[in-house]
Write a new protein. Structure first.
Length: 634
């Protein structure tokens, strides 16, 4: 769920909690306080017990408490008539038996295996022997097995309980020498039939030792039998039994140390008091200590900027922070450490800051700093020695700024700024959320600020044509000359609305996303341009959200009344990231699935970069949502 989605749910829960009793259809006096009061629940007829003393403690009215209980009860799919989700949960519990076996290389028996599989169980080899090496260098090796498209499915090799144990033991061989083995299953599809149901499952396992690490990525189709004669799948009283496993895709990735990357955060920053006192405690620590009125938030929509602030040839880093905590400028030293110079540089602003750019706005050869706070755009001039003077403070440029992008759109020799906005209301006063959810057009407007010199800017959004399709909850934008005509074009990734591709025709823009085939109806988080196939035409990669639940649910008949393109748009939202290949004729092809770049979990930022210096651009994607001590998600 995106930020707006969470906000919508939180608003609904708070609204229900704050409603008076009469608003929920109840106006009678309270029952006796020394016994529980029962109210009917609108989900499956069961009663909800809410002791009155607990209601008094929480401050909820009786009707509001019951309405809230009815709403939260729907988190259990049995109470919300989602039979396929009941099946998914039941199958997932069985798959955890396999997970436990694979994560413990010394075990020789499947704990609870007798309640796991059908007597007629059969499976293919879960670790194929005929792997093809598709990439290898001094550090990384990738071997892959794929079935022949349209070819026959491999005959089952293993049968019964002993067969499953043997298949899993062979699969575990690739992991057994490592430490910290992690195994995860994620169910992405549920299909029902009269006598059995099938789940599509993503399998991922990894382990490492001092000199070697390995990861396995695979796709399985698992067939399950229902318990004996249930009235319906939702009436499951015992676990489903595993009938068969069919391998659809298999990949092994091995890394020999030294790896491509090593975490140097602590060794680089640990001598700074700000790192010890501000960074290490984490957002959970500060949520209870800094007022939300300062902009403190659970959601980490805070970017960073990398640039050479003092002109010494070393890259420095500016870290945007949640409201109430100072932004930080860490200056890189010759020995690879970095020193906090935020206060001395004059950029330790306390406003909640979403994005920043190091960019030379006045053409004097050094990098100035632009920071997008929630309500105000801050422009600071650099004297060349990392001492900044605030030259412009532009309030209400956009509502809820999310990101910045700079380019010389009009070819006049100086850089202009594009600012992405999100909410339609900068105060977030409870206005309606995205409408409709998958194709919204009621978000905040983005702005193009033309550089008029002397660090002064003019809003030219409407004048240059960028007001078209400009209220779509934008998260990110990136400039690139995709049509090779000499001027920068603009791609905008939108969280709830269709994405934009603004073609630049000598300083005038037209949204060509529909005809170019790059609207990408999904939850756009970031955008990156690159030429991964080296054909001379820039391709575009968009980060979205991969959702296993969305992949299961959006294809069910009970999910939505939408049909045709609306239904496919809703389904598309769960698929994940998108790679559009530039045809060189003004249009693009969606090559996401054939390139294998869709599943990057809940993706945020993405970047093309040649990580191993082999001349081919690789992809880096950051992902995650709410950080906590539980890392149980795939």
């Amino acid at each position: 769920m995106t930020t707006a989605g969470w906000r919508g749910l939180i608003r609904l829960l708070l609204l229900v909690a704050l409603l008076p009793a009469t608003a929920c259809g109840r106006g009678e006096s309270e029952p006796d306080a020394d016994r529980p009061h029962r109210e009917p629940r609108a989900t499956n007829g069961a009663a909800v017990e809410v002791p009155l003393d607990r209601r008094a403690r929480t401050g909820l009215q009786i009707g509001a408490a019951d309405a809230l209980a009815a709403l939260t009860a729907k988190f259990d799919p049995k109470n919300d008539l989602w039979e396929t989700e009941v099946l998914s949960d039941a199958a997932g519990a069985q798959l955890r038996i396999l997970q436990d076996f694979l994560e413990h290389p010394d075990t020789t028996e499947l704990e609870g295996g007798s309640q796991l599989m059908d007597i007629g169980f059969e499976s293919q080899n879960l670790r194929p022997t005929n792997l093809t090496e598709v990439f290898a260098d001094d550090v990384l090796k990738v071997r892959r097995w794929d079935p022949v498209p349209g070819g026959p499915v491999s005959a089952p090799k293993y049968r019964g309980a002993s067969g499953l144990l043997e298949a899993l033991t062979q699969l575990r061989q690739v992991l057994k020498s490592g430490e910290g083995i992690r195994v995860k299953f994620k169910t992405i599809q549920v299909e029902e039939s009269k006598s059995f149901f099938t789940t599509g499952v993503l399998f991922e396992a990894s382990s490492r030792d001092a000199s070697h690490a390995v990861q396995v990525n695979a796709s399985w189709r698992c067939r399950w039998s229902y318990p004996a004669s249930p009235a319906s799948p939702a009436d499951l009283e015992s676990a489903p039994l595993l009938v068969a496993i069919e391998l659809e895709r298999y990949e092994e990735v091995s890394v020999h140390r030294p790896a491509l990357f090593a975490d140097k955060t602590e060794s680089t920053l640990r001598h700074n008091a700000s790192y010890q006192q501000q960074v290490l405690p984490g957002i959970g620590h500060w949520l209870g200590r800094v007022s939300r009125f300062s902009g403190m938030s659970l959601f980490g929509h805070h970017g960073l900027a990398v640039g050479d602030a003092n002109g010494d040839g070393l890259e420095d880093i500016y870290v945007c922070e949640a409201g109430g905590l100072p932004n930080r400028l860490y200056m890189q030293n010759a020995d690879g450490t970095a020193t906090d110079v935020s206060a001395a540089a004059g950029v330790d602003w306390l406003e909640s800051t979403a994005s920043a750019l190091f960019v030379d706005l006045d053409n004097d050869g050094d990098q100035d700093l632009v920071a997008a706070t929630r309500r105000t755009l801050l422009v600071a001039e650099n004297n060349g020695e990392a001492e900044f003077t605030l030259r412009a403070r532009l309030p209400d440029v956009v509502a809820s700024a999310t990101s910045l992008a700079a380019a010389d759109y009009d070819s006049d020799g100086d850089l202009d700024l594009y600012v992405c906005g999100y909410d339609g209301d900068p105060q977030n006063r409870g206005l309606p959320g995205p409408v409709p959810y998958h194709d919204a057009d009621n978000g905040g407007a983005n702005v193009l600020l033309e550089n008029d010199g002397d660090l002064k800017f003019e809003d030219v959004t409407a004048r240059v044509g960028l007001g078209q399709n400009n209220t779509r909850y934008s998260f990110a934008a990136a400039w690139e000359d995709y049509d090779n005509d000499g001027d920068p074009d603009l791609y905008v990734a939108n969280d709830f609305g269709r994405n934009n591709l603004y073609r630049n025709d000598s300083g005038r823009f037209v949204d060509t996303a529909p005809e170019a085939g790059v609207e990408d109806v999904a939850s756009g988080m970031s955008v990156s341009w690159g030429d991964p196939n080296r054909d001379g035409w820039m391709d575009v990669y968009v980060s979205n959200m991969f959702s296993s639940a969305g992949n299961r649910i959006a294809y069910q008949r009970t999910f939505s009344d939408a049909t045709g393109s609306a239904a496919s748009d809703l389904q598309r939202m769960a698929r994940g990231n998108t790679l559009f290949s530039n045809n060189g004729s003004g249009s693009f092809r969606d090559v996401s699935e054939s390139s294998g770049v869709t599943m990057a979990r809940w993706a945020w930022a993405s970047r093309f970069a040649d990580l191993n210096n082999d001349g081919w651009q690789d992809l880096v994607v950051t992902n995650g949502y709410i950080s906590n001590t539980d890392s149980g998600d795939l």
